[in-house]
Write a protein that binds this ligand. Structure first.
Ligand SMILES: Cc1cc2nc3c(=O)[nH]c(=O)nc-3n(C[C@H](O)[C@H](O)[C@H](O)COP(=O)(O)OP(=O)(O)OC[C@H]3O[C@@H](n4cnc5c(N)ncnc54)[C@H](O)[C@@H]3O)c2cc1C
Length: 385
């Protein structure tokens, strides 16, 4: 099947699945700050969360381009990929750097949905964006690592069986480069909770099952180290391009949702005896937001194509995320303005999506850090921090 046809079919199928989860489903969960369990189960059963897992491990072996289309369509339908997107890109760390035994042991179960790998623990409260200074420490004792530390904003930890955890295995003052001495452990949350790991939920602006983790003498078997000890930062970095492209696609999905809703409302709402969309003050901002979403989409597909060909895509993945995050936020503001007072009412869903799409300016990486990356690595300007 030609790519174009495959993509159209994929879009149609994801849209159809999402129709089973209308605005009212998401609105209710938002009010209760509850996890979209049935939605995630439906996506898993349909195989979408295993899109990037190779066929030999029970997945569908698709590329980032296709995975990004799945997440875009979820967000475009008014749903929220944040409930489950991480499985797609965290799994890549295991796939690219895990041992044969780890891959055979976990990937088929992740693909079938028997195991969820939805959580990754990188961010810490005292070090934030300065990842390599993280303080969670794993000390090897015989065939175990003993882990101590704290993490914050670790999403879906309460709804996942497994978590990849970035820890320091060599203290900062004993490495020549700050990026060295970090390692990735695969933590079995089913065993860890209550035995060295405490998860505390954080209530946030939007419905996002995020948490903080307190790690106190948590024992992790050495066989759960992914790849080589001390190389964890490199492994995380190569998963980040995938993450940025996928989340750029979610921004584009959100952007299209806002533009569609705003356009529809502008056509239907009549004030002063004519549709509000007849006023240039209403239609021009919607048109501008649409143009910016479409522009971001080009960079997202360029980054995805490079990624799928195995070529370098750091600059493009970062630019796609910044363009996507800016475009979705612009579209959110335009939609709220178009709806006037009704935009603030929960029942129109604009305010919910508005809160959800705001996150992309901060996570998975703040837009400032993207600008710093492009300034330094693309334009050759001096490092600013
Ligand atoms: C809802 C939510 C879910 C998340 N999920 C996860 C998760 O599952 N796993 C995980 O590991 N992390 C997760 N994160 C963390 C997220 O990746 C971080 O919040 C983000 O990277 C920013 O880090 P910080 O919050 O510590 O901000 P800080 O690093 O404290 O930065 C604060 C502000 O200062 C700016 N800033 C800092 N340094 C510079 C600089 N040098 N130049 C210019 N500006 C600068 C930043 O841009 C930001 O605006 C999540 C965050 C949120 C809010």
């Amino acid at each position: 099947m030609a790519d174009r046809e495959l993509h159209q079919d994929l879009r149609g199928a994801v849209r159809q699945l999402c129709q089973r989860f209308p605005d009212s489903y998401w609105r209710e969960l938002d009010q209760q700050r509850a996890y979209p369990e049935t939605f995630v189960r439906a996506l898993t059963e349909a195989g979408y969360l295993a899109a990037l897992i190779p066929e030999e491990y029970g997945g569908s072996g698709l590329g980032i381009t296709e995975a990004s289309i799945i997440l875009e369509e979820i967000n475009r339908s008014g749903s929220n990929s944040a409930a489950c997107h991480a499985q797609m890109y965290i799994m890549g760390t295991l796939l690219r750097h895990g041992s044969k035994a780890q891959k055979q042991g976990y990937l088929p179960e992740i693909a079938s949905g028997a195991l969820r790998l939805q959580a990754f623990g990188v961010t810490e409260p005292t070090t934030g964006s300065d990842t390599t200074r993280l303080k969670t420490m794993a000390v090897r004792k015989g065939d175990k690592y003993i882990v101590n530390g704290q993490k914050v904003w670790i999403s879906r930890a309460e709804h996942s069986d497994l978590m990849t955890l970035l820890v320091r295995t060599t203290p900062l003052d004993q490495v020549t480069k700050r990026t060295e001495g970090l390692s990735i452990l695969l933590v079995d949350l089913r065993q860890a909770v209550g035995h060295g790991l405490t998860i505390r939920p954080i209530r946030t602006l939007m419905n996002h099952a995020t948490t903080e983790l307190f790690i106190d003498d948590l024992e992790v078997p050495v066989e759960n180290l992914i790849g080589e000890e001390g190389k964890g930062f490199r492994y995380i970095l190569d998963g980040m391009n995938a993450e940025r492209i996928l989340i750029a696609a979610e921004c584009i999905g959100d952007g299209r949702w806002f533009v569609e809703r705003a356009t529809r409302y502008a056509r239907e709402r009549e004030v002063f005896g004519r549709p509000i969309g007849q006023n240039q003050g209403i239609q021009f901002p919607i048109a501008r937001a649409h143009i910016h979403v479409e522009g971001a989409d080009l960079m997202r597909f360029r980054a995805a194509a490079l990624f799928d060909r195995g070529e370098q895509c750091g600059a493009e993945a970062n630019m796609a995320l910044l363009l996507g995050a800016d475009a979705s936020w612009e579209a959110a503001n335009v939609a709220l303005q178009t709806y006037g007072g009704f935009g603030f009412a929960e029942e129109y869903d604009i305010e919910r999506k508005f809160r959800e799409t705001r996150l992309f300016q901060i996570a998975p990486i703040s837009t400032n850090l993207i600008l710093a990356y492009v300034a330094e690595h693309v334009l050759g300007l001096p490092r600013s921090y």
